[in-house]
Design a binder for this molecule. Structure first.
Ligand code: GCV
Length: 696
């Protein structure tokens, strides 16, 4: 019997088992090290709680799942703390944050205490994470509290089951089955989110169908809210600004119209009657064809404040997106959001958050920060990251996004002198924002492994962990995630971490070196299409951004050009303004650099661009080699899945490289520098490859 068990254990640890990835990072496979297991077990044989709400039930259930999987027995519940090893307690702790927790362990006991049951749940997940990563439970003394209040996913899911920019199947929300049937997946979704501190979910696309706030749909939304509540997750909805017309039959949706105001008030009352802890509305207004207050000669401020008034009696939030840009032939899309919102700073109601995208253009591969971070002193602004890889190779390219988020959060806005980082803006420290939030556009779908690319699960994981504590580095997050997800030997763990940490730069090199941006396929946003010169709007072309000509390449945003750089505080402006000292990664975001301009490494812009395209491809090839070393070290299903995707990635990296080099060479007229070989495919051949994606 012992032999069979050992055999089974070794099969688990050496990856002979297939794993479909459904369990995400919450894998509770038996810990092989017997001493460690016994050590953990001593502290977890029995558990007690001094609270008995719905959260208590899911907390105990999670402890029992974890112990039975990791340790091979199920913790017994005790009625009194004196009989228990694991004591879960709602009490008063030093940090008054409702989500904070403390973990203190002594020889045979662990105490997790929090001000609320939700805080205890987070503490329990921290404890489980420690066991999953095989960390010691001896003498723990942890006090933890989130740095950001609202840590949220935004699903761009439509009510017909499709997901805008979704690459992992269809929507997980089965609207046609709700409210009667609760898919068990909803519970696993809530567990996964709670385990990383995510406490809000916007269920639907910001390009919102008005249907989501009909009585019919609100009943369905309530069913989901009831599932998520014990896990501390609040539900939000994106709303269509024209709803009073579409649903209410009113003649207008003018935010200053008394009937419109009343319509929204009634709607808010209806929502809160059903879902008393409803989070709020997210609004994309007057952006990319969505309706908004400007349709009626009003402003973003008028629209947001009107909705905020309707929600205020219920403590509901309005999250108003700053992603707005009208085409201005003399302007620069880069500057649009700042121009629109800066002037209203301080004039928004107290329950409004202005949600700013990561990047003044649109979640590009590498963007400088939005100038709005650091500009809004009296209005809370929040960070919108994009987890789904719209511009990062969908689900065939491996891009671990944490280094990108880290880079952005650490960027200094210089708003109040040196050290005024984006992190300090959005966590409220810098301007004392009363509301703080970080959201990620979700990368989940109905695929069995949730995210399509198995490694993209790490991006979801990152959002939660960074929103809780933006001081954790991307390397630390990778370390946790790999250990929890793969539980493999130390060398393999290091290999996967290395691949993760390098992946974003590799992708950037073969797609958008030196700050080239918005050169992806038109509308579907996949693959290279730098030659797009005509689109429904000029600022949807590639040419608008790269501006390649016989002299050089890049968008001049200095004072000689659009002067958008002036929207930054001086410290940052200086970093970007000088073509000779700017970090090469941002060069073409701010300068129209001559092809022959010499970078600090002595190479010309053209040579450095070409080098990066080629080196990016070479690195993509190396990713395959590194991955191959993991055969037998992780489960075979994930191994083969990633192995295949890496092949596609390399094929597409070559496509990006060749298409970009051949196209830009038409302008530079410079040779491909040695030791690199000129692409053999013709421009026409490369151009035609994109058609495959256009018919999707
Ligand atoms: C939801 C980009 C995307 C759109 C998205 C929009 C937004 O333009 O391509 O699909 O729409 O951003 O964030 O509103």
């Amino acid at each position: 019997m012992r032999i069979i068990i050992l055999l089974l254990l070794s099969m688990i640890s050496f990856g002979s088992f297939a794993d479909d990835g459904y369990r995400l990072w919450l894998k509770y496979d038996l810990i092989k090290n017997e001493t460690l297991r016994k050590n953990y077990a001593q502290k977890l044989t029995t558990v007690s709680t001094n609270f008995s709400d719905e959260t208590a039930k899911v907390t105990i259930s999670e402890i029992q799942k974890a112990t039975s999987g990791l340790l091979g027995f199920t913790s017994k519940t005790m009625t009194s703390a004196s009989q228990a090893n694991l004591v879960l307690k709602v009490g008063s702790i030093a940090n008054k944050n409702a989500e904070a927790f403390e973990i203190i362990s002594s020889k045979n006991q662990i105490n997790i205490t929090a001000n609320t049951s939700k805080g205890v749940l987070y503490g329990v997940f921290e404890l489980i994470r420690r066991m999953q990563t095989l960390a010691s439970l001896e003498n723990i003394k942890i006090a933890s509290a989130p740095k950001i209040q609202l840590r949220m996913l935004n699903h761009w899911d439509n009510n017909n089951g499709t997901i805008e920019r979704g690459y992992a199947g269809m929507s997980m929300w089965k609207w046609y089955e709700l409210p009667e049937r609760i898919d068990p997946r909803y519970i696993d979704y809530a567990r996964a989110n709670a385990s990383i501190g995510i406490n809000g979910t916007v269920l639907n696309n910001v390009n919102a169908s008005a249907r989501f706030i009909t009585s019919e749909y609100l009943g369905k939304v309530k069913a989901l809210a009831d599932v998520f509540r014990p896990y501390g997750i609040k539900v939000f909805l994106s709303v269509n600004f024209a709803s009073p017309k579409i649903l209410g039959g009113l003649k207008t949706a003018d935010p200053l119209d008394p009937e419109v105001k009343q319509w929204w008030k009634n709607k808010a009352d209806e929502v809160y009657k059903l879902i008393p802890d409803f989070g709020g509305f997210v609004v994309k207004a007057n952006s990319e064809g969505e309706p908004g207050p400007m349709d009626f000669g009003r402003t973003h401020k008028d629209g947001a404040n009107m909705l905020a008034e309707a929600m205020a009696p219920h403590n509901g939030l309005i999250i108003w997106r700053a992603f707005v840009y009208n085409f201005d032939p003399k302007g620069d899309r880069f500057a649009a959001a700042y121009n629109e919102f800066k002037r209203f700073d301080g004039e928004f109601h107290a329950n409004i958050i202005i949600q700013v995208k990561n990047g003044p253009i649109d979640f590009q591969v590498r963007e400088p920060i939005s100038p709005l971070f650091g500009a809004m002193e009296k209005t809370p602004v929040s960070m919108e990251f994009q987890l789904t890889q719209e511009y990062l190779g969908w689900a065939t390219h491996w891009v671990y996004e944490a280094p990108m988020f880290e880079e952005v959060l650490k960027t200094d806005t210089y708003a109040k002198g040196q050290g005024s980082t984006v992190a300090k803006v959005i966590d409220g420290q810098l301007f004392k924002y009363p509301l703080t939030s970080m959201i990620g556009v979700a990368n989940t779908g109905s695929d069995r492994n949730w995210t399509g690319h198995p490694m993209a699960q790490a991006n979801w994981y990152t959002l939660g962990r960074m929103a809780w504590n933006h001081e954790i580095t991307s390397a630390q997050i990778a370390d946790e995630w790999v250990k929890m997800t793969f539980r493999t030997d130390a060398k393999s763990t290091e290999t996967i971490k290395k691949l993760m940490l390098e992946s974003r730069e590799i992708y950037t090199n073969y797609t958008n070196p030196l700050g080239v941006h918005h050169v992806m396929g038109e509308s579907h946003h996949f693959g290279p299409e730098p030659w797009v010169e005509k689109a429904p709007r000029p600022d949807w072309t590639a040419l608008y951004y790269h501006r390649a000509d016989s002299i050089g390449i890049g968008f001049d945003r200095t004072e000689k050009g659009s002067n958008s750089v002036a929207q930054y505080h001086l410290g940052l402006r200086n970093k970007y303004s000088d073509i000779n000292t700017i970090q090469p990664e941002f060069l073409l975001w701010f300068h129209h650099a001559p092809w022959t301009h010499k970078l600090q490494n002595g190479k010309t812009v053209w040579d450095e661009m070409v080098t990066r395209y080629y080196e990016g491809v070479k690195s993509a090839e190396n990713m395959q080699k590194d991955w191959a070393s993991l055969k037998g070290k992780i489960d075979s299903e994930t191994f083969e899945n990633v192995e295949a995707r890496l092949k596609t990635q390399l094929k597409e990296a070559l496509w990006w490289r060749d298409a970009s080099v051949v196209y830009f060479q038409k302008y530079s007229k410079m040779p491909v520098p040695s030791p690199y070989q000129k692409p053999t495919r013709t421009f026409e051949e490369l151009k035609s490859l994109v058609d495959v994606y256009h018919v999707r």
